[in-house]
Design a protein around this ligand. Structure first.
Ligand SMILES: [Zn+2]
Length: 288
């Protein structure tokens, strides 16, 4: 079951009409695999999925040709609200903290490490949420792109993580954080280890991560945010995604970054046109 099968379009806006339970079913690349079969008792969800039957990548079947690979991927070419974008701080409108995001992530979450051939991902046990404009979105998984997909004033970072959340009605919200090389990041060391970065195979491979993990420390929850309406950055490039990119970058050591980039070092989509969209931030407007 894939997103493409359940999209409805109203007035040019893609509406995700999936029920929460059907997203849970879609957590495996293999339709015959139930969540119970690949995660034990822990239910995992994985909404940021493309059509795994159509081969795409970041090289010979890369972002420039995604839209030609399947009619289901047409938003990758024709969409006008695509992600990622360059976050040009001179164009961003500061609206203050009223448009903030509240995090409620589990401090003892189980994880499943997944290499889905496009990225390394960590599927998250149910029970971690964000609240955005009074609506709850559940954290499903987080994964990386190297280099970063979003740029800040035209500059990429070595890595960007996407924390993918889904509401009960299927609406998506992604929190992005850019990661620069610097101090070792101790908040990630319980699972950001060599054994949890699986070699790429022809098909997805996954394994349970030992122990439980404090997700509440993975992001600086007091950071301001850049907010805009965009899309999935992978096929089918579905629009209607609430994007929140942290204004504050985090660091990882060179060794930590290498765990990811030794497997994926070119899995980013270039920035897309902003068109008539507005990017706002939760920063207070400068008082002159
Ligand atoms: Zn992503």
């Amino acid at each position: 079951m894939y997103l493409k099968n359940v999209l409805l379009k109203y007035a040019g806006i893609a509406i995700l009409s999936i029920s929460f339970s059907s997203i849970v079913i879609s957590c495996s690349d293999d339709d015959s695999n139930s969540p119970e079969e690949n995660g034990g008792a822990v239910m995992m969800v994985d909404p940021e999925k493309g059509n795994s039957k159509v081969v795409w990548n970041y090289t010979n079947l890369g972002p420039d040709v995604w839209a030609t690979l399947s009619t289901d991927f047409e938003d990758c070419g024709k969409g006008t609200s695509q992600s990622p974008i360059d976050l040009n701080t001179s164009q961003i409108i500061k609206k203050g903290p009223a448009t903030g995001l509240t995090f409620s992530y589990k401090m003892n979450s189980a994880l499943v490490a997944l290499n889905n051939t496009h990225t390394n991902e960590f599927k998250v046990e149910k029970g971690s949420f964000v609240t955005f404009n009074g609506k709850m979105f559940e954290l499903a998984q987080f994964h990386g792109h190297a280099k970063s997909e979003h740029e800040i004033n035209g500059s990429q970072s070595p890595l960007e993580l996407h924390f993918v959340h889904v509401a009960e009605d299927g609406e998506l919200l992604v929190v992005g954080v850019l990661i620069d090389e610097g101090e070792e990041n101790e908040n990630y060391t319980s699972f950001w280890t060599e054994e949890n970065f699986l070699e790429t195979q022809k098909e997805s491979v996954e394994q349970e991560v030992a122990g439980t993990h404090d997700l509440s420390k993975l992001l600086p929850t007091d950071s301001d945010l850049y907010q805009y309406g965009g899309s999935l950055t992978t096929p089918p490039c579905t629009e209607g995604v609430n994007w929140n990119v942290l204004t504050e970058k985090i660091t990882m050591s060179a060794a930590q970054l290498s765990l990811f980039t030794d497997i994926f070092n070119n899995n980013y989509r270039p920035v897309q046109a902003l068109n008539d969209r507005e990017v706002i931030s939760t920063e207070e407007e400068d008082v002159l």
